[in-house]
Design a protein around this ligand. Structure first.
Ligand SMILES: Nc1ncnc2c1ncn2[C@@H]1O[C@H](COP(=O)(O)OP(=O)(O)OP(=O)(O)O)[C@@H](O)[C@H]1O
Ligand SMILES: [Mg+2]
Length: 487
């Protein structure tokens, strides 16, 4: 397990304070139990409820100290090399005394390691130079398989009969469990086995549903079930070609030499031009899960905790890789705040992740409002490419009519597409779709079947955004001409 090796290295190199952000204390404990044996050090755990316990001897020290400042004073005086796991200490990290004590222990005794475990591990500035943040990686497939097999055996022992296992469900089950903490994975495995002593296809459905609920407990990241296909998107030829050229490289186990793994694109453009649709179609066409990250929710709901939630969401996305991560209207959650404000930090967190990650998560971000986009995001090299989605030209409008009529079981041949295409000059894809939908209503009301005249009538009654916002659109187009590639 590589977490173990990484931690060993970190501790041997003399790091005295380790911040571990995890909801799964049991997993952290198991890891450190193994680590402490490797390192030949004692392992202790402190919690405010039960004081200090030596986990090797299971003895709670007679002190049973429940105040952090007293426990830290006690630790400062101890010399034998040891690892101390301090649970939930983040509650006291705004106390100057606690901070000072942590610092003194870290500076005073290089053989003591303090492991600060909590669900929220923001490192205070004072401790930054003395500490390291460590994120536990989620269990990998073989660990999950281990877990599954041991739960199967366990159930068998208790019930004096074997779990009935459909072989073909094991593999998809393990894939479905990936991305979950050990604790959650175990819970889901038990759910699946304990109801009927069987592991079958029905368990897979339940598992998928429960899993996404678990992943989505922040409401920030969600699995989008309705991805689209390129064939549902008219136009955007350059974008489609670009994506087609990179598909095989993205899903390859090992990208060909000299070619970098595609990282992501930004789609900028006019409203209703099909940006969101195009984003969804990347996942559909690449046959990958589509995860949507709601920036606005992230920002509103977790004021002050936004970065942590973003990091967590990104980690979850990584654990589902290969996948497409879609951030729609990326500028919406970002206010143009002064330096150092939450938006700046969110963008910082996102940019760092984009630069450092090696996992196969393809980011597709969309935006309308360039004024509100932080310039850092547009700098070369952040995204592989920035595409501009303009209003559809004549040929593309025809294709849009074609697609949307067919989608509603209307035969495009029955309509005068030339006329419709001409009349809808300046219309976005969304406006064309809307004209068809409104025409369907009016033809239904007048008990007629839909024809070209109905749609033309709706088109005439619509003032498209390109007219209402002509200035804004021409500004956008101008701006985009030097900075983006036409989609
Ligand atoms: N190029 C297109 N091909 C087919 N349908 C399109 C196209 N563009 C837009 N549409 C239709 O319009 C709908 C709305 O478009 P979409 O939401 O993708 O636009 P958008 O660029 O994301 O707009 P916004 O900036 O308002 O979010 C799509 O779901 C689709 O039905
Ligand atoms: Mg959109």
């Amino acid at each position: 397990m590589s977490d173990l090796q990484d931690l060993e290295l970190i501790i041997r190199s003399g790091t005295s304070i380790l911040f571990i952000e995890s909801d799964d204390e049991k997993q952290v404990e198991t890891l450190f139990e193994r680590l402490s044996i490797h390192l030949g050090r004692q392992l202790h755990r402190w919690t405010v409820a039960s004081g200090l316990t030596n986990l090797h001897t299971n003895q709670t020290s007679h002190l049973a100290i429940k105040e952090p400042s007293r426990i830290l004073a006690e630790l400062a005086g101890r010399t034998p090399p040891a690892i101390y796991m301090l649970m939930d200490i983040h509650h006291w990290l705004d106390d100057p005394l606690t901070l000072r004590q942590l610092k003194e222990i870290a500076l005073g005794n290089p053989l003591q390691t303090l492991v600060l475990v909590s669900h929220d591990a923001e490192i205070p500035d004072e401790l930054r130079s003395l500490s390291t943040r460590f994120e536990l990686s989620l269990p990998d497939k073989s660990t999950l398989n281990h877990l599954l097999q041991s739960e199967i055996r366990e159930w068998g022992r208790h019930n004096n009969r074997n779990v009935e296992v459909r072989r073909e469900v094991i593999e998809p089950m393990l894939s479905n469990l990936s991305g979950l903490s050990q604790r959650d994975a175990k819970r889901l495995i038990r759910n699946a086995i304990y109801d009927d002593g069987m592991l079958t296809e029905t368990d897979l459905d339940d598992l998928a549903r429960t899993k996404y609920r678990l992943l989505d407990d922040t409401g920030v990241l969600s699995l989008e079930l309705d991805s689209a296909k390129f064939s549902q998107v008219a136009g955007l030829k350059n974008l489609k070609r670009w994506l087609e050229q990179r598909h095989s490289i993205f899903i390859a186990e090992q990208p060909p030499r000299g070619l970098d793994l595609p990282k992501g694109i930004l789609l900028l453009g006019v409203q209703g031009g099909g940006k969101s649709l195009a984003a969804k179609s990347v996942a559909g066409s690449w046959h990958l899960p589509l995860l949507r990250l709601d920036f606005a929710a992230l920002y509103n709901k977790y004021y002050g905790e936004t970065e942590r939630n973003l990091r967590e969401s990104l980690k979850t996305a990584e654990s589902m890789s290969p996948c497409v991560l879609w951030i729609d209207e990326i500028e919406k959650g970002l206010s143009t705040d002064v330096d150092g404000g939450p938006s700046t930090r969110i963008i910082g967190t996102l940019l760092t992740w984009m630069a450092e990650r090696s996992s196969r998560v393809f980011l597709v971000a969309t935006a309308n409002d360039i004024e509100r986009l932080p310039p850092e995001l547009l700098r070369k090299g952040r995204f592989d490419e920035i595409f501009f989605v303009d209003l559809p030209d004549q040929e593309v409008r025809e294709a849009i009519f074609h697609i949307h009529l067919s989608m509603r079981d209307l035969e495009p041949q029955r309509f005068n597409l030339d006329k419709l295409t001409e009349a809808s000059e300046g219309f976005s894809g969304a406006e064309i779709e809307q004209a068809i939908v409104s025409a369907l209503y009016s033809s239904h009301a007048s008990k007629q079947s839909l024809d070209t005249a109905h749609i033309l009538n709706e088109i005439k009654q619509t003032r498209p955004l390109s007219v209402l916002m002509a200035e804004k659109i021409s500004y956008l187009r101008n701006w985009a001409s030097t900075r983006t590639v036409n989609a």
